[in-house]
Design a protein around this ligand. Structure first.
Ligand SMILES: *Cc1c(COP(=O)(O)O)cnc(C)c1O
Length: 626
């Protein structure tokens, strides 16, 4: 194996390299290639999103087990609970398996909108917690009362005083004439002075969109007492922001929230028994630097939470609070892998066989010399020959501009210099110099990949978030080509450029002869629902890979990418009219006869039943679809 693409940094032992493939490190350890082929054999083409519920289970188990250990180590008396924030992934195949794998845990769901609340009310097992955050209107609050009256363990977190006033009104509507009123639990989200760091830091901090100031907390307390709702106040909530890279800000936030909890308790909020620490637990996406994205372990995280709460409870002589978390990214990110076929290498022409050298003696002397350099380059002379080649190229390009050499000479120059640079980089790979790094940039290969960055990696497009990428096979071969990745949208932002400081090297494959698949990892959080339909590329075909007790896997829940007409229908096109227009155009065309009309109609309807991703592209001579 030549390169593990940082698997030991970001892989969390979920995948492993066996022979020349990336394999799932579970059950009988099938390769991603084998799974991909099994799905493609059923006729699905284009990019594939693979879900692994066993990884979801592992993340959930890790979260619960780590907190259980921390509570045990500290002798902590409060309990531990967790909910999954639906905004991180609301897709039905995801939510279904999330609930399945966590049933014994009483894992709950968090909702931030009415539609999410409906999912939570329908899917959360009775008794498992539901938390509701974000801005709420009267209807949303009423829905929470309906959930509570249906038996759900639901907490409405108020973000402002207005919401509390609405809760008071809705409570009258639902409970005024009842002998035993039922209300949701009420939580207060506090506005932190401490805030997270990094690209998602905005959601914490004093300038945040959310939460009550200390003055508002006191005001809310008074309203609850006046309205006889103080017993319903059960939870203090904060959320520091996502992908928290350092633990420091969390510790501060815990002290802020913990002291507010204790103060309210001492003031008389007897039902108050929980702190909800929100989300923010980070995922290591880095392929090159250990601890690039997260400077703490989950154990440290859990210990800090438990320790901070215990300290404050002790100091202020109140009960240790139950701890709730709403970690989303940590739970969901690792479960999904996007596998996408490479369609083309754009500079395939830089190949020895593409040279158009004239007879010996007829080429410009500098081209002949480049050819000699290429044949004679060795480790000992590599640096010198490399410099000569770059120098010759400058001269040859000038000669071309001045009209002294022809287009074939120029083409030979480009190819030979490219070949020399590649060879020199290979020969000098143990000498890590800045010059070689810069040269990699120069000979980078553009890999055209059958997917949309806007649809499948929107956080790369919007925030520059890196996702680990690697080929899922051919790993016994040395990857030689510094790569940039191009998607199939016609937008120049649809590119993951080559980064000399975090280089991605891929294999020199001839995609006309052999398949080449790239895996994009840790894409299970946020990417799916944030994905946009730029150019009308839709959510890719998805499949769930489920392992049984023998370790064999089955492929379930395949949902094919939407077909072309369904996409138009989603945009509220009248697809009946579109269909008619296409059909009439063919039927009325003066250019074709009856038989051909039937043939064209047949083809048209076949194409309309398919999705937007590419099946073949022109340069693929073989008819193997992509
Ligand atoms: C987004 C969000 C979360 C989840 O954050 P992660 O970083 O994905 O763990 C949790 N709680 C609230 C209130 C949120 O808005």
């Amino acid at each position: 194996m030549h390169d593990d693409y940082g698997l030991s940094i970001w892989g969390e032992e979920n995948f492993t390299i066996r022979g020349d493939t990336v394999n799932v490190r579970y059950g009988k350890e099938p390769s991603l290639l084998e799974i991909t082929r099994a799905i493609r054999e059923q006729g699905y083409r284009g990019p594939l999103l693979l879900r692994f519920p066993h990884i979801l289970r592992k993340q959930i188990d890790t979260l619960y087990d780590t907190f259980a250990q921390a509570r045990k180590d500290f002798g902590y008396k409060g309990s531990f609970h967790a909910v999954f924030p639906l905004k991180v992934n609301q897709f039905p195949n995801f939510v279904h398996h999330l609930i399945e794998v966590s049933r014994e845990r009483r894992y709950g769901l968090e909702a931030g909108s009415k539609a999410e609340l409906i999912i939570a009310m329908a899917k959360t097992p009775m008794g498992a917690p539901i938390t509701v955050n974000g801005f709420k209107d009267r209807e949303m609050i009423a829905l929470a009362f309906i959930a509570a009256k249906s038996g759900h363990n639901i907490t409405l977190t108020i973000e402002g005083i207005n919401e509390l006033e609405t809760i008071v009104e809705v409570n009258r509507e639902f409970n005024a004439s009842r002998p035993d009123p039922v209300t949701p639990r009420i939580g207060m989200r506090i506005r932190l002075h401490s805030s997270g760091i990094g690209i998602w830091a905005k959601s914490g901090g004093f300038g945040s969109k959310f939460g009550l100031t200390s003055t508002e907390v006191l005001e809310a307390y008074e309203i609850l007492r006046r309205e006889n709702l103080l017993d319903a106040l059960g939870m203090i909530h904060f959320h520091i922001g996502s992908q928290m890279g350092e633990i420091g800000p969390l510790k501060k936030a815990l002290r802020e929230a913990g002291n507010i909890y204790a103060e309210l308790k001492r003031r008389g909020a007897e039902g108050l028994n929980a702190i909800n620490i929100g989300g923010g637990l980070a995922v290591e996406y880095s392929q090159h630097r250990p601890n690039g994205n997260r400077n703490y372990s989950i154990k440290e995280f859990a210990n800090d939470v438990v320790f901070a709460m215990q300290e404050i409870a002790r100091q202020k002589e109140v009960d240790e609070p139950d701890i709730y978390t709403e970690s989303g990214r940590f739970i969901a990110a690792p479960h999904a892998v996007l596998v996408a076929p490479v369609l083309e290498l754009f500079s395939q022409e830089y190949h020895e066989r593409s040279l158009r050298l004239k007879e010996r003696g007829k080429n410009p002397p500098l081209v002949e010399e480049l050819h000699d350099l290429y044949r004679a380059i060795r480790r000992t002379n590599a640096r010198e020959y490399l410099h000569d080649a770059l120098d010759h190229m400058e001269s040859l390009l000038t000669l071309f501009d001045l009209g002294y050499i022809d287009l074939e000479d120029r083409s030979n120059t480009e190819i030979l210099v490219n070949l020399i640079v590649k060879k020199a980089i290979r020969l000098l790979e143990n000498e890590d110099t800045g010059e070689l790094k810069r040269l990699q940039d120069r000979i980078q290969e553009k890999y055209l990949v059958n997917f949309s960055i806007f649809q499948s990696l929107p956080d790369f497009w919007g925030l520059g978030q890196h996702f680990p990428v690697m080929p899922i096979h051919r790993l016994k071969r040395r990857p030689t080509r510094p790569a940039s990745i191009w998607d199939i949208t016609c937008d120049s932002d649809g590119e993951i450029p080559f980064d000399p400081d975090a280089p991605l090297l891929l294999h020199d494959v001839d995609v006309e002869e052999e398949e080449y698949f790239l895996g994009f990892f840790l894409t299970g959080a946020y990417q799916e629902v944030l994905g946009m339909r730029h150019n009308l590329f839709t959510h890719p075909t998805e499949a769930v890979v489920v392992f049984d007790e023998e370790g064999d896997y089955t492929i379930e829940g395949i949902i094919e990418a939407q077909n072309l007409m369904d996409v138009l229908e989603d945009l509220e096109y009248d697809t009946g009219l579109v269909d008619k227009a296409l059909k009439n155009n063919i039927e009325d065309s003066p250019l074709i006869d009856e038989a051909e009309k039937q043939e064209l109609l047949g083809k048209l309807y076949l194409y309309l039943s398919e999705n937007s991703y590419l099946k073949t592209i022109q340069s693929l001579t073989r008819s193997e679809p992509a």
